[in-house]
Design a binder for this molecule. Structure first.
Ligand code: ATP
Length: 256
């Protein structure tokens, strides 16, 4: 399956910089002059070494932290509505409410928005099904596996129907087999929902398994996206294929 997106830009960054120091003009930038355009419906990977600023960039896109300078435009609005974005954290343990069931966790955002009970149950159950959690509605987070917790987190974010999914190493804490399953599931869910996905990882194999485009970030400080690669391989991707291996070598060369 090859997916071609011809949609307009969803996110545009121009000369975006971030410093955590009080005095921005003193330098000390984590991110410096980041330029990036992501199209609506695109699956984009931010790939870079530990500490280069991937999470910082994702947190700026989420609106959790402020940029220091430069432009950030989301869906052609300079001040984007935060509801357009849903964030999936690496640790479901800290993201889920342990005292709520799977279903209650998924419904949570809808309840906050005062969606009537019947409607929110219907929406929650749709995403519980989409995330492969049928039969687990009444379980609590401590009664399900790590992979299932990430499914709950994903279902909860999707239930709010954001256009953009921001995912910060969501499978980083999972074992290799579960990670592989979750990667396949994420591609399935993405193709069914047509969300824009920005996915942070430092794992080249994960990047090549998932991304339509991979943005390589330079080693920090003053990190930026030094190159973007269009990955023209159909899904599901075969990690043992010669094509996959060729892409792997090209991407790996940035980190040698
Ligand atoms: N709130 C903060 N205050 C000061 N410095 C910060 C803050 N958050 C991040 N940094 C610094 O910014 C740099 C980039 O951190 P960030 O977490 O974005 O990197 P990363 O690429 O996501 O790393 P990893 O892959 O290890 O999670 C690091 O040097 C970090 O110490």
């Amino acid at each position: 399956m090859t997916i071609v997106h011809t949609d307009p830009p969803n996110i545009v960054l121009k000369g975006l910089s971030k410093s955590f120091s009080e005095n921005h003009d003193q330098g000390n930038f984590v991110l410096e002059n980041v330029d990036l355009t992501i199209n609506r419906g695109e699956f984009y990977i931010l790939l870079g070494p530990s500490g280069c600023g991937k999470s910082t960039l994702l947190n700026i896109l989420a609106g959790f932290i402020e940029k220091s300078s430069g432009e950030l435009t989301i869906q052609s609005q300079s001040t984007a509505k935060e509801e357009n974005r849903g964030f999936v954290f690496q640790s479901a343990d800290s993201a889920l409410f342990p005292w709520l069931t799977v279903e209650e966790n998924v419904e949570f955002g809808l309840k906050m928005k005062k969606v009537p009970t019947a409607k929110r149950k219907e929406i929650a159950n749709h995403y519980i099904k989409l995330a492969g959690l049928i039969g687990h509605n009444q379980k609590f987070p401590n009664e399900i596996s790590g992979g299932m917790k990430q499914r709950v987190q994903l279902a909860r974010v999707l239930a709010n129907d954001p256009q953009i999914l921001l995912m910060d190493e969501p499978f980083g804490a999972l074992d290799a087999m579960t990670r592989r399953t979750m990667q396949k599931e994420l591609i399935r869910i993405w193709t069914e929902t047509n969300k824009t996905v920005i996915f942070v990882t430092h794992d080249i194999q994960e990047a090549l398994t998932l991304g339509q485009r991979i943005g390589i970030m330079s080693v920090g400080p003053s990190s930026k996206i030094i190159q973007s690669y269009q990955i023209d391989m159909p899904y599901p991707r075969e990690i043992t294929s010669p094509n996959f291996n060729e892409y792997y070598k090209v991407v790996q060369s940035h980190f040698d």
